[in-house]
Write a protein that binds this ligand. Structure first.
Ligand code: ADP
Ligand code: MG
Length: 396
């Protein structure tokens, strides 16, 4: 789904208030009744003008339910609210190219006011298979159509919490910079996914490093759950100490993508652990023709490492930090239900292989913007173009 920021500058202060009111109202209403929007926004002069302005550009959508007419927030509307928060906090100044379209996320390069590039990850749970979810499940009971919003927010919160904890403990992950709603902002890693790398000078060395990382995660009580060639970025740096004739590139794996992390105490921990290990084994065999002599690492071995050397368990720490066990359960149940099971599933449809432009038919109402060359979905080789700044009108 594209991220078209061009309407931002035309929204007036009241429009933002109305948009926020629709978001607030969505917490308890599948369709937010128009009078409630008026009430929450507290605008004396009425909300109809703002409502039609927002609906026209697809940030909210008119809906009827059995009893009344009202509005719901679209993904576009939620994107705008998150971007506006980042703009105000000075986390993001401009939005550039889309660099990834995953099954459940869109990834954009953004920049701060100084022009330093960052990455904006927008979680879009429910984009593909939301309609298959049975509405009578516990975790949907009170939220039915709002659940994509809630679940996407949980995914972003979870990812941010784990990225922060991992980073603080010296793991090679991007630097988490900000989080709002269903999105996070992190540092840009100047590297390609391992998936795109055809050969490496020392496969055994890299393989060893990745297995060590899996075991180190275990020591902290964690299993990544989607540890594969898509979620490991390979950073290449010049080795300044290399002597003549020696290999002068150092490859550093950087781990990304954390919404499916699980505790090593999870009921299916062994399954996830083995899957992570085997994904790497299989990839190294196929791509680099490298097979390790050792069979492991095995789950039993990993289990013994948990908490070793007085290390803090991050599965426990994250739970205490705001991403609660209840939230984790809700998210997991939802992901299971819609068949979100990581990039590693060979049968899963992947956006990033063919760079398909998956427009969400339900949520994307932008029309008549064929002239917009700014925030389009673009492939990796697309020329860099001017980023669009998050300008807003003066009356804020
Ligand atoms: P998904 O959950 O959709 O798989 P990921 O977090 O794995 O999302 O990101 C998808 C792709 O976007 C990655 O494979 C990578 O190419 C790119 N990407 C994500 N985060 C970063 C980052 N911080 N720096 C550079 N590229 C990134
Ligand atoms: Mg991924």
């Amino acid at each position: 789904m594209r991220l078209d920021t061009k309407h931002m500058r035309y929204l007036a202060a009241e429009d933002w208030r109305v948009l926020t009111a629709v978001e607030t109202g969505s917490k308890n209403h599948e369709v937010v009744p128009t009078p409630l929007i008026g009430q929450i926004s507290g605008l004396k002069g009425g909300v109809h003008r703002s409502i039609s302005a927002l609906a026209k550009v697809g940030l909210i959508a008119r809906q009827k339910n059995a009893k009344y007419d009202g509005y719901r927030l679209t993904y576009g509307g939620l994107d705008y609210l998150a971007l506006n928060t980042y703009r105000k906090r000075k986390d993001v100044y401009s939005v550039g190219n889309q660099i990834g379209v995953g099954k459940e996320s869109d990834i954009f390069v953004v920049a701060d006011e100084k022009g330093v590039q960052r990455v904006l990850k927008i979680h879009r749970l429910g984009r593909i298979s939301f309609r298959t979810v049975k509405a009578n499940r516990d975790y949907l009971r009170h939220r039915s159509s709002g659940s994509w919003m809630y679940m996407s927010r949980l995914a972003a919160m979870k990812e941010y919490a784990f990225m922060t904890a991992l980073r603080e403990n010296g793991f090679p992950v991007p630097e988490p910079l900000a989080q709002s709603r269903h999105t996070i902002v992190m540092s840009l890693i100047d590297a390609f996914p391992m998936r795109q790398i055809s050969s490496v000078p020392d496969p055994a060395g890299l393989y060893g490093e990745l297995m060590t990382m899996i075991l180190r995660l275990a020591q902290y009580g964690l299993i990544h759950g989607d540890f594969n060639e898509f979620n490991i970025l390979i950073k290449e740096e010049k080795n300044k100490e290399a002597k003549e004739g020696e290999e002068n590139m150092i490859l550093t794996p950087i781990l990304i993508d954390f919404p499916q992390m699980v505790s090593i105490d999870h009921t299916n921990a062994e399954y996830y652990f083995d899957r992570d290990v085997n994904c790497i084994k299989r990839f190294f065999e196929r791509r680099f023709r490298y097979t390790s002599n050792s069979k492991g690492p095995h789950f039993a071995e990993a289990k013994k490492l948990v908490g070793k050397d007085g290390i803090t368990r991050l599965d426990v720490a994250v739970e205490a930090s705001g991403f609660s066990r209840k939230m984790a359960k809700e998210l997991e149940a939802y992901m299971k239900e819609v068949g979100v099971d990581g990039d590693g599933d060979p049968d899963a449809a992947r956006g990033d292989e063919e760079s398909s432009d998956e427009e969400s038919d339900e949520e994307d109402h932008s029309e008549g913007d064929a002239d917009d060359g700014e925030a389009e979905v673009e492939g990796e080789d697309a020329p860099q173009h001017q980023a669009s700044t998050l300008e807003v009108s003066e009356n804020r």
